[in-house]
Design a protein. Structure first.
Lengths: 536, 98
């Protein structure tokens, strides 16, 4: 007996933001093929900015109408939808596309690089070869970076709304594959950039394989990829705990790797340092937000019934991540590595409210800041600070090359006070000093863990946050209160072009604005923080 | 019967993981990752036939497509490195450390 084919019911309006971004990426590839070289770069910028703006527009326009809708792509009696677009999914889409848009604008910066971009003129040429210098002289530009970023964002969007283990895996891969290429496309120091790409690729591919093996375990445990079958099996069936535990462990490794949590963090500093700085900015917030979003849905919705087992494990991971990140960062000599270790610390801070979830569907006690809402706020706050900080890192130059050695940064702040003060604001927000967005984010995150019954974890995280403050103080001290060595005068801040000014302004307004008036956004996120658990 | 396939899959996966950890040539490391993916595929198909459903077999096709895409990107990165450095060993000239 062959089962009847049931036509899938798709709500295209709900799916629209995702489809628009994917469509813009495909248009980008066609632009690469058909638009003459001269106009290609600006066409790509326009296509990707338009795509992201309209995707964001659709999300905001649908917001509040019935943004709580559920889509069932393969609707039949056994399987519910493989993608769910609920409140958290919409918020994470907004975060990913919003910060993705800011990052894409920073990709378009050309003035700082004397008419070129931060990306290599031809990625295929051997570093230092004749072909490379000829391509640079001819003014070639790799505009493929824009469609690659859009594809990556489409994968991220898939990851955060996946309601099915297979979809989760596909989202993870669509996110990662373009990133591997983007990491290797730096204009200067190409060998380093290529090495970073190789490291990221090999470790990332292994993490995906481990993740996939975990998916196979959970498939064997519940006999389905759907989250709701997993919930059912955990609730009503006994036996097979070995498969369940093994599956959770292996999947956890894969997702913790993408978040950049200790002990799966070793790629973060190398890749952050080697990647072109705008790509580092993109990765630091968008990849993290996507992985955290997928993680939240998987562990709250599908594995919430098993939380007594995973909560203590992730509590340990969170503490380890915060302290290892904070302590190693103190000793770093390269600004991008300092920011990379600070990114690891932030991954730990994000795990704190994730562990201390009070209720599993929303992580929310009535009238209090819930885990999901506080994590989303934390990501927004961190995103503004991270993208802003990395944009300024790309401005500090010596003879036209980006210089990230911290010792060369001595006294930069005194010579270029205006831009340096912006940098200080971003660092203080990362450190969680009051009146910045980062403070509110940390406060909400730790409060959520406290209310969820993990007071000891919140206290340990506060201690970690105090140690982490020193990372940023040290950078500020080097910039403003250290005299430069002999011959260090050539280090200057490049004059930012329009693109960088847009990025810096938005990030500064976000950081200070959310620090002074966090209420409306917190309330909005709180209302949107309920995961839909598909009903049988 | 399913448990036999599961054990085989776990053995394959372990071989892949050990190879990933101890081999020093980027190409061989990459092959070990592919072995891990194939071990997962075997497990999908075995569980699929255990439950008498098609989901796992469908998943195996998805994984094959993903693995193929990964090969394209991975090989191009490895070729790029080997042309620039005349070597594919992951121990050579480590520039990124600290």
């Amino acid at each position: 007996m062959t089962p009847d084919f049931i036509t899938p019911v798709l709500d295209y309006l709900l799916l629209a933001p995702f489809l628009i971004v994917l469509g813009a990426a495909c248009v980008g590839i066609l632009v690469e093929a058909f638009v003459p070289r001269g106009g290609r770069f600006y066409t790509q910028v326009v296509v990707s900015v338009l795509g992201l703006v309209s995707a964001l527009g659709v999300i905001l326009w649908r917001w509040g109408s019935d943004g709580q809708g559920l889509i069932d792509p393969w609707k039949d009696n056994i399987v519910t939808g493989t993608l769910i677009i609920d409140g958290p999914a919409q918020v994470f889409w907004t975060i990913i596309f919003g910060f993705g848009l800011i990052a894409v604008i920073s990709f378009a910066e050309r003035r700082v690089h004397a008419g070129a971009t931060a990306f290599t003129p031809t990625a295929a040429a051997i570093p230092g070869s004749k072909a490379e210098s000829e391509a640079a002289q001819a003014g070639l530009i790799h505009s493929e970076i824009f469609p690659l970023a859009l594809f990556s964002m489409a994968g991220m969007a898939m990851l955060v709304s996946a309601n099915d283990l297979l979809m989760l895996f596909l989202g993870l891969e669509i996110l990662s594959l373009p990133l591997y290429v983007m990491v290797g496309m730096s204009r200067h120091r190409r060998l380093v950039s290529q090495e970073a790409a190789l490291k990221y690729f090999l470790l990332g591919a292994a993490a995906s394989a481990i993740f996939l093996f975990g998916v196979a375990f959970l498939f064997g445990y519940s006999g389905s990829f759907a989250y709701d079958r997993l919930v059912e099996t955990i609730t009503f069936t006994s036996g097979g705990e070995g498969l369940l535990l093994g599956g959770i462990g292996l999947i956890g490794v894969g997702l913790l790797f993408k978040i950049g949590a200790v002990p799966f963090h070793s790629w973060v500093p190398d890749v952050y340092q080697g990647a072109p700085t705008p790509v580092t900015a993109f990765m630091s917030i968008c990849t993290k937000a996507a992985a955290v979003g997928g993680f939240l849905r998987l562990f709250y919705v599908a594995l919430g019934g098993f939380r007594w087992t995973w909560q203590p494990i992730f509590a340990g991971v969170a503490i380890l991540t915060i302290f290892v990140g904070a302590i190693i960062a103190i000793n770093q000599k390269d600004i991008k590595r300092v920011l990379a270790y600070s990114a690891i610390t932030h991954a730990g801070f994000i795990l704190v409210p994730l562990v201390g979830a009070s209720t599993m569907d929303t992580g929310l006690i009535d009238g209090q800041a819930g885990s999901v809402a506080s994590i989303m706020f934390y990501l927004v706050a961190y995103g503004f600070a991270a993208i802003g900080a990395f944009s300024i890192v790309s401005l500090v130059r010596k003879q036209g090359h980006e210089i990230t050695d911290l010792s060369a940064w001595a006294g930069v702040g005194k010579r270029n006070p205006f831009v340096s003060v912006l940098f200080v604001i971003f660092l203080l927000s990362m450190a969680g000093i009051p009146l910045t967005a980062g403070f509110v984010g940390k406060f909400a995150a730790f409060a959520a863990a406290w209310q969820g019954g993990f007071a000891w974890l919140a206290l340990a995280a506060i201690l970690g946050a105090i140690i982490a403050v020193y990372i940023y103080i040290r950078v500020i001290q080097v910039m403003f209160f250290t005299e430069p060595d002999e011959g260090a005068d050539e280090v200057e801040l490049a004059v930012p072009g329009v693109a960088t000014w847009i990025v810096l302004t938005v990030c500064m307004l976000g950081t200070i604005g959310l620090g002074l008036v966090p209420g409306p956004l917190l309330e909005l996120l709180q209302n949107a923080s309920a995961f839909i658990i598909p009903a049988k | 019967m399913t448990s036999m396939y599961a054990i085989l899959a776990v053995i394959l996966f372990t071989i892949g993981l050990i190879g990933f950890l101890i081999r020093r040539n980027a190409l061989v490391i990459f092959m070990c990752v592919e072995l891990m993916l194939n071990a997962a595929n075997l497990l999908f198909v075995a569980f699929s036939s255990h439950y008498g459903i098609l989901d796992g077999q469908m998943a195996a096709f998805f994984v094959m497509v993903v693995a193929a895409a990964e090969v394209v990107i991975g090989l191009s990165i490895i070729v790029m490195i080997s042309r620039a450095r005349r070597s594919t060993s992951v121990d050579d000239e480590i520039l990124l450390k600290g």
